[in-house]
Write a protein that binds this ligand. Structure first.
Ligand code: ADP
Length: 258
């Protein structure tokens, strides 16, 4: 709490008392703390690939006798790290543009077919699904139409599908189901992958929160995917939720209001 005091004077400049102002700064402190955490996280996420790139460039330049195959291997590592930076910057830009659109109410809400939107998302993820021999099944009524920003909703669906693919074993299945209710629709994404232990569920939608940092990075994750999904749903006045059991799989659900 911040406290200020000042004398309270009457019209003749006589002191009538003292004015105390107590300001609750808990929220301000919390925001400041979050901002600092965010900057520290972004810096760390940028620095790690940059350090790797610099290291391998120097090795190639300095060690005259590096075999051509070694150079190729180093170049592949450099390329992977450059991609990581590109994905990170893309996700950061996405996050900030959704925040702005959501805050200013600039969302492009149009009546759109949920099935078309989900089909587009499945199409985008089809290469990865084929690579792992994972089948993506969708159950959605043809006539399901809701007001949404279809590009953003497609992005949210891609992020959830991409995670389900990343954290599921080869030859498994992912189910997408759509339920129509009186006040909106719920879309569920069910995988039978590794699942998430209960202690992580509360923080999963925070920026850069990962259950296993090393594994997420290895799989090409930025740690921002679920934070972006949450922002997209909030901007629609909807929400995202997760149910999961370690070792059994996860269900992520999106609720969109009518
Ligand atoms: P990332 O880029 O690391 O995947 P996300 O924000 O998309 O970042 O997800 C945050 C973390 O949540 C992941 O690092 C992973 O630990 C966990 N996670 C997300 N989706 C799933 C899933 N379907 N199955 C298991 N774990 C998941």
């Amino acid at each position: 709490v911040h406290a200020h005091s000042s004398p309270l004077l009457d019209g003749y400049n006589r002191r009538m008392g003292t004015l105390f102002v107590l300001q609750d700064v808990t929220q301000l402190r919390r925001l400041e703390h979050m901002r600092r955490d965010f900057v520290a996280n972004v810096s760390h996420e940028i620095k790690t690939p940059l350090t790797a790139i610099k290291g391998f460039v120097e090795t190639i330049r300095e060690a005259g006798g590096v075999e051509p195959e070694e150079v190729q291997r180093f170049m592949a590592i450099i390329d992977r790290n450059v991609n990581r930076l590109i994905f990170l910057v893309d996700d950061l830009l996405k996050l900030s543009s959704i925040e702005q659109e959501g805050d200013s109410g600039d969302l492009l809400l149009e009546e759109k077919s949920v099935k078309d939107c989900l089909s587009a998302a499945i199409q985008i993820c089809s290469a990865k699904a084929e690579e792992k021999n994972i089948e993506i099944l969708m159950e959605c009524p043809d006539d399901c139409v809701v007001p949404m920003d279809s590009h953003l909703m497609e992005h949210a669906a891609v992020n959830l599908l991409d995670n389900a693919l990343k954290y599921s074993p080869d030859h498994s299945r992912i189910h997408i189901r759509v339920f129509q209710e009186d006040n909106g629709i719920t879309i569920t994404f069910t995988d039978s992958g590794m699942g998430i232990a209960e202690e992580h569920l509360g923080r999963l939608f925070e920026r850069f929160y990962r259950v296993d940092k090393a594994r997420s990075r290895k799989l090409g994750g930025t740690g921002l995917g679920l934070a972006i999904v949450k922002h997209i749903m909030n901007a629609h006045g909807g929400r995202v939720a997760v149910h999961s059991r370690l070792g059994e799989g996860s269900v992520f659900s999106l609720f969109l209001p009518l």
